[in-house]
Design a protein around this ligand. Structure first.
Ligand code: TXA
Ligand code: MG
Length: 314
């Protein structure tokens, strides 16, 4: 059910959940200071209790409520990238709910760059907000995706399609060296240029092995169709497969061949919707053109795309 701002604020204030758009994906919001509201998130999403939540804030005062330690570089990063698709992990203040941090001594904070999320946070207070999908499903980039997962009656503020389409970059600044725990629209190079120091960038398989960002170890972003990489010389000629090509060109025009022609931003915007489309249309498989190491180095969205697709492949 689409709801307006007034209704959304009152739902949050009375300890209920509301889905809302951010610039990355739709979030499932709850009052970050209300333990029973936070609990509802884990129940509704069927999210494992050891997977911590991101607190969404919209002022520096709100940062103060949650962040314990503040390394010098934090200010540079906040100034340069907030509001925006960068989540920063700080040492946490004592009072932060254990439910939110899954018992860790750190807390993840993000200031979203979307007027609807900003107004909601401004009026209802800091919100924990995981992506508004059932655990393991592709993140929602449209209000309809939220309804697909949680039902027609679930309250969602409809803000149209999200701008970026993949979840925020998660940067752990609670310890040195800083570590990227999830790649996103803010690249490693941009972060390094901002703070003038190298940042630890792990590969997707390394990320899966570490317990430090617990969410990264779970299978994620998966449609029912089987997702796989294409061989470089494989022809996109099987009608039961949805093909996603980012740089390859094929003359064949067919509704099961999607070509992004080197527009990686567009591919990021559409990826999860294409996954969901594959299920709606009954495709058996989604085959994605693999990335070259050159593309991973040069295309800003490529590492995040590669990470999410690898995880969908499992
Ligand atoms: O773009 C986004 O970040 C979206 C929108 C709604 O803001 N949110 C999102 O939340 O993707 P979620 O819950 O789906 O993913 C949060 C990620 C998980 O991988 C989680 O493990 C990690 O952030 N995380 C949260 N708190 C952490 C902490 N204290 N230490 C390490 N990792 C943490
Ligand atoms: Mg998620």
């Amino acid at each position: 059910m689409s709801v307006g701002m007034e209704k959304a604020v009152s739902l949050i204030n009375s300890g209920e959940l509301v889905a809302f758009p951010t610039e990355t994906v739709y979030g499932l919001g709850a009052d970050a200071w209300n333990p029973s509201a936070v609990k509802k998130i884990f129940e509704l999403k069927q999210r494992p209790a050891d997977n911590p939540l991101i607190v969404h804030i919209a002022s520096l005062d709100m940062v103060e409520q949650f962040a314990g330690g503040m390394p010098g570089e934090a200010e540079l990063l906040m100034q340069r990238f907030w509001p925006g698709p960068l989540t920063l992990i700080f040492k946490k203040k004592e009072e932060v709910l254990d439910l939110v941090t899954a018992g860790l001594d750190t807390v993840a904070l993000r200031w979203p760059n979307n007027p609807i999320s900003q107004e909601l946070i401004f009026r209802a207070g800091p919100l924990v907000a995981p992506s508004a999908n059932r655990s393991g499903r592709p993140s929602p980039t449209r209000a309809e995706h939220v309804k697909d997962d949680f039902g027609e009656d679930f309250p969602v503020i409809d803000g149209g399609s999200t701008q970026i389409g993949l979840e925020s970059t998660v940067l752990d600044i609670s310890d040195k060296p800083f570590v990227i725990r999830r790649p996103g629209a803010i690249s490693c190079e941009e972060i390094e240029a901002c703070i003038g120091a190298p940042v630890d960038k792990k590969t997707t398989s390394e990320l899966n092995e570490t317990a430090k960002s617990p969410g990264t170890k779970y299978s994620h972003y998966t449609p029912d169709a089987e997702v796989r990489w294409m061989d470089p010389d494989e022809a996109p000629d099987h009608s039961g497969t949805l093909y996603l090509l980012h740089s390859r060109n094929t003359e064949t025009e067919s509704e099961n061949i999607i070509q992004f022609n080197g527009d990686y931003q567009q591919m990021a915007r559409e990826l999860y919707d294409r996954f969901r489309q594959a299920d709606r249309a009954g495709y058996e498989a989604v085959a994605v053109e693999n990335f070259t190491s050159e593309q991973l180095k040069q295309e800003k969205m490529a590492p995040a795309l590669h990470n999410r697709i690898s995880k969908a492949i499992g």
